[in-house]
Ligand binder design. Structure first.
Ligand code: ZN
Length: 323
């Protein structure tokens, strides 16, 4: 899976627009400071004429010109900063500002794609058009315990606590989650909450329905012409911060896709990259459906959380978009 040139162009235009926006902001601020403090503008002019004045002397190789220049410049810069603060502005008010300080909104750091650019590409590739909309409705601020009682409520609370701690400690502690339980007990909802929060915190998240995921695993494997695409897709799958596979067990699987699934889990574990799987299957069914080795990878590397209760979708009478 890869972007078309038109999509890359569109992303590049976003970066150009960001740079322009921040340049304009800086110009506006400079004008504001000049108005409020004419002495600051004078000092800025002096910095410019200073380099002109010393330029010739430096070119002539005059001894001591460079150190004299540096000394005078340092004095002027200190004066500018003092004037700025005296006029009531923060000392860094005229520093360039960037949406992404790492790449200064160029999308590249030392010739390599910045993390912000990778996230942007992944969003364009995998963030299905309805995902953003869905996440605006399904996030921790809209989470409700009202549909649960007694033991079901205890299960759900435990799952929420685990999810919050998963997010909070994401950098420091490597964890994977597996949500299991009957249809409509809140697994997908909680997965969406996690996806939303992780995206908000700047992590790259790829979200799949199980059928979409297994389709992807098998799609390029038989297609010799698409090896390069396969490679790129796998790189995304293995490198992004979190892969969510929703509704495991609803896909059409076979021995081939299961072996691909096993490789996927093993590789992510090896790279210490997190996964979140949700499934309507119970533990016995998972074991029966996916090989013993997959089951054992899951039980030894995933935190299992059980969901139970009445079917909330039926209670709310809403239909969920499948993507
Ligand atoms: Zn960046």
């Amino acid at each position: 899976m890869s972007l078309t040139n038109a999509q890359y162009d569109a992303i590049q235009r976003e970066y150009d627009a960001r740079q322009l926006k921040n340049r304009r902001l800086l110009e506006t601020r400079r004008a504001e400071v000049f108005r409020a403090c004419p002495a600051y503008e004078e000092a800025s002019d002096q910095v410019a004429s200073l380099s002109v004045a010393y330029g010739k002397r430096l070119l002539d190789g005059e001894e001591g010109a460079l150190s004299a220049y540096r000394q005078e410049l340092a004095g002027l810069l200190a004066r500018k900063e003092a004037l700025l603060v005296q006029a009531g502005f923060p000392a860094d008010y005229l520093e360039p500002s960037y949406d992404c300080p790492e790449c200064r909104d160029t999308g590249y750091v030392n010739g390599r794609r910045c993390r912000c650019y990778e996230r942007r590409v992944i969003r364009a590739l995998y963030a299905q058009s309805n995902l953003q909309e869905l996440l605006s409705a399904e996030n921790f601020s809209t989470l409700s315990y009202d549909y649960y009682k007694d033991g079901d409520l205890a299960n759900f609370k435990k799952a929420v606590e685990t999810s919050l701690s998963f997010i909070k400690n994401f950098r420091e502690e490597y964890r994977n989650l597996l949500f299991y339980g009957e249809v409509g007990t809140g697994k997908t909802f909680l997965s969406n909450c996690i996806a939303c929060e992780m995206l908000n915190q700047g992590y790259s998240v790829i979200y799949f329905s199980a059928s979409g995921f297994f389709n992807l695993l098998s799609r390029y494997s038989f297609d010799a012409e698409n090896k390069e695409m396969l490679y790129k897709t796998y790189e995304d799958l293995y490198n992004c911060d979190l892969v969510i596979v929703d509704d495991l067990g609803t896909e059409l699987s076979n021995a081939f896709t299961n072996s691909q699934f096993f490789s996927f889990i093993s590789e992510r574990l090896l790279r210490k990259k997190s996964m979140l799987i949700s499934t309507n299957l119970n533990l016995e069914e998972i074991k029966a459906r996916y090989s013993e080795r997959i089951f054992s990878r899951l039980t030894s590397n995933f935190i299992f959380r059980k969901f139970s209760g009445p079917d909330i979708r039926a209670c709310k009478n809403i239909s969920y978009t499948v993507y």
